[in-house]
Each structure stands twice: as C-alpha cells, then as structure tokens.
Design a protein. Structure first.
Length: 454
C-alpha cells in the first residue's frame, strides 16, 4: 500500500469532511443540561452512530453511561489475526462562552482566513472526522488492515466520568492492542506531535457562610465577617506572590526534560497583553506539563451591576486543580481539601464538594506503536520529525484505559494546536492539519499492522 493513493484519497475527501464537520458542529452538544437541551447531545450521538453504520461498522450502539450521557461505540472487523486499534474522540463541547465575542456563530462552521471556525471544530468533533477520513482512505486503497473499535464520548468536557465508569463495568468492550486518542494536538501548527503526558484534574466547589443573611455595610461593615472577603483570602492562599500554585504538601518543583516551549511563543499563543507578566517560575514546559496548577473557574457573588452596599453572608467558587504526572489525584484532592480548611479565615463555615476528577497520564514512548506513528508522520509532514510533548490538560479516560488494558499501547494526537484556541471563543481547526493528520493516522494503521506481522 503506497502512501500516495492514501494522501490523494484524503485530499479528495476534504470537501465532504467540511460538510460533515459543519453538520456535527451545528449540534449544541454541551453536556451540561442545565444550559443546553439534552436533545442536542442526543442528536449529535445519533449523527455519529449513523456515520459509523454508513462505514460498515458492526455492533454500533449508543451507550447510556452512569452520568446520564451517551457514548457511541462501533466495531469494524479486520483481517484474520490482525491487531485491534481503538480510536477515541468526543462529540460533546465546551459552552460557547460569550456569543457576542464570536466573529461568526459558534455553532455554524465558517471558513475564514484558511481556517474553519466553530465550537468543537478542533476539540473534538474534528477528531472524529479525522478518524473517518483515515478509515475511508484505507477502504478505498485495499481495505483497513487492522480491526478497529471506535468510541466517541458524550461528556468528556464535563469531567463527570461516565465513560470511565461504563468501561470499568464492561471491561471487554474497549479492549485493544493499541489506543489512539484523537483529543490532543500538535505542539505547533505543522509540527507533528504525539503527547506523552497529561496532567490529571479535579474540580472542587467551595462555599463559605458567615452570617444568617446579608447586612448593611454601613451599619455592620468592619466587624461583621464578610463571606466574600473570606473567600477572596482563601483563594489567594492558593498562589505564591509570583503566581505559583501553593497547595500545602503538594510538590510544585518538578522539571520537564523534553521538548521546550519558548516564552515568546507561549506569550503569542496565549495572547498575553503587552507588559503583563507570566506567573510562576521555572521553564514554561515545567509549569505547563510537570507542575500542579490551580485555576478559579467561577465565583458566586453579586455582579457589579445592581450591587447593593452589603456585607455578604455567603460566597462560593469552583476551583480546578491540574495534577502533574507522577502524583495521585486522590492524594492531591486530600491535600487541597486540607489546605482549604486550614486557610479559611475567621472560623468561617466551609463546605467542600468534589465534582469531578481524573488521574494524570504518562505513556511509554518506546513502544512499537510510537515507531509506527513516527514513520507515518514523517510521510504526512515531509521534512519534519515527530516530536513528543506534554499537555497541561486532562483526559481522565486515558488512565482508566491504561488500568483496564495494561498491555495496550497508547498514543495521543489531534487537532488542538495553539491557533485552534480550544475552550475559548472563535475556536477553529486548520483543514490542512486535519488532512495531514488523517494521512498520518491511515499510514500509522498500515505500519502498525505490518509491525505486528513481523
């Protein structure tokens, strides 16, 4: 099987890929049903299931997972004796945030300046389209040389663990020789990259109560304990003066030894305003890939508009803690909770609720699957060698799959390079990146099948 027909076939399929991605992006499949209708996610799941059936997948099923969402599964048998590869993506997306800040509608795929814009275009509806492109090219050029299982998750962005729990209850379902997670991204547009580490994560809700009800700030302010002020002090305890994360007992000095991230590139990718400093110390790679990071995701308090002169009786926040590889998330949660208890001022009443968690991940980069992917990426990206990087984000399913299938090799690739601006307004995908990664995935499947026959 020559790489030339595969690449030519995928190039010819790109108009169809754009249309399909537009259809999939149009579903407002945010798995927070307090914000978006459940029917939008269910429609997206059915679209994915129909796409798998159209490609000849067997046993296609919508899996009702314990968190109340649906994941989509399908199986495509391979030649006798061929290895099985599991391909992963997710169809749920982050909320669009500020609709007014989108240059074009968030749920309408729009081409602009050579990119396709829309929520989920890169993270991770585009990842599912990438899988379809690779499989279609192989079918057109002699057939898919491995058995393929596809699983498309419905609640990855919520961190509620539905698919992990389902997989643990049905351990035979996703068993494979190699797993390709299509939810990562190249370190730089046009630089082929596999992600070898992920930080784990937890979400903790914090609520502080100090009074039976709000009080007049003129009559009681200065003596009555203000819950919002207590919350601000508590949240501030999670950072050192330089912005480094400080959770009592949690190591924050680890060093990243691999691919480095130049500060100028990071500032440009993150769109840091001129003159504003970065937080923390150590290299950018240390801080992003090897160390913990606390982020305050939201605060429950009155908005400035309509605020009254009150001492507040209650205040709350949602805190994210990213947990570096080598640290157990369960232990990190215990340390975070103990820190919050110890640093709550004025004997205020504190309530804590863990609402999501996932373990960090570290891959074995010496495995045969990595060699197969490196060879494939060298063809798909002429003149470029495959790079191995970390990622500061979390994919909790990776550790579940590693635990269930300890002999399976795992690779993380995808479309979420820096220009994609995933989770932000104006998310987009590079169609050139989609095309090249689909070529790489198709050639990887060929290379991997050959390596298992050797």
């Amino acid at each position: 099987m020559s790489p030339i027909p595969v690449a030519e076939t995928i190039a010819s399929l790109m108009p169809r890929a754009r249309q399909e991605l537009a259809e999939l992006v149009a579903f407002r499949s945010v798995a927070d049903f307090s914000q978006f209708p459940r029917s939008e996610s269910e429609a997206a799941a059915n679209w994915v299931a129909d796409a798998l059936r159209a490609e000849g997948f067997q046993d296609v099923a919508l899996l009702d997972t314990p968190d109340g969402t649906q994941s989509v599964y399908g199986y495509l048998p391979g030649p006798q004796g061929a290895p099985t590869v599991l391909l992963y993506a997710h169809y749920d997306v982050q909320p669009p945030l500020d609709d007014a800040a989108w240059i074009s509608p968030a749920f309408e795929l729009t081409e602009r300046d050579g990119r396709w814009y829309g929520r989920g275009a890169a993270d991770c509806k585009g990842g599912f389209i990438m899988h379809l492109l690779a499989l279609r090219a192989l079918k057109a050029d002699g057939g898919v040389p491995v058995g393929v299982k596809v699983i498309v998750e419905g609640s990855e962005e919520q961190g509620t663990g539905g698919l992990q729990q389902y997989a643990e209850a049905h351990p035979e379902l996703l068993a494979a020789d190699t797993i390709v997670i299509g939810d990562a991204g190249n370190f730089r547009l046009g630089l082929p990259t596999v992600t070898a580490t992920l930080r784990g994560m937890t979400l903790v809700k914090v609520k502080i109560d100090t009074l039976a009800g709000n009080l007049h700030s003129g009559m009681f302010g200065g003596v009555a304990p203000d819950a919002l002020a207590a919350l601000i002090r508590l949240l501030d305890s999670l950072r050192a003066a330089d912005g480094s994360t400080t959770v009592d007992g949690l190591d924050s000095d680890a060093v990243w030894e691999g691919l480095q991230y130049p500060e100028a590139d990071f500032r440009a990718d993150a769109k840091v305003l001129d003159g504003v400093g970065l937080i923390g110390e150590g290299t950018i790679a240390d801080r992003l890939w090897a160390r913990p990071a606390v982020t305050v995701l939201g605060i429950d308090c009155p908005s400035v508009s309509g605020a009254t002169p009150s001492v507040h009786a209650s205040a709350g926040a949602l805190i994210s803690l990213r947990v570096p590889p080598g640290v157990d998330t369960t232990e990190a949660i215990k340390l975070l909770q103990a820190h919050l208890v110890a640093h709550t001022p004025w004997q205020a009443r504190l309530e804590l609720e863990v609402v999501g968690q996932g373990q960090p991940f570290q891959a074995d980069t010496s495995s045969p699957a990595y060699a197969s992917m490196a060879a494939a990426m060298e063809v798909a990206y002429p003149g470029e060698e495959m790079q191995v990087s970390g990622m500061g984000g979390s994919i909790p399913l990776c550790n579940t799959l590693t635990s269930l299938y300890p002999d399976a090799e795992m690779l993380l690739i995808g479309l979420s390079e820096p220009e994609a601006q995933i989770h932000a307004v104006n998310e987009s995908v590079s169609p050139q990146e989609l095309e090249r990664l689909a070529v790489a995935e198709a050639l990887f499947l060929v290379n991997y099948a050959r390596s298992k026959r050797a």
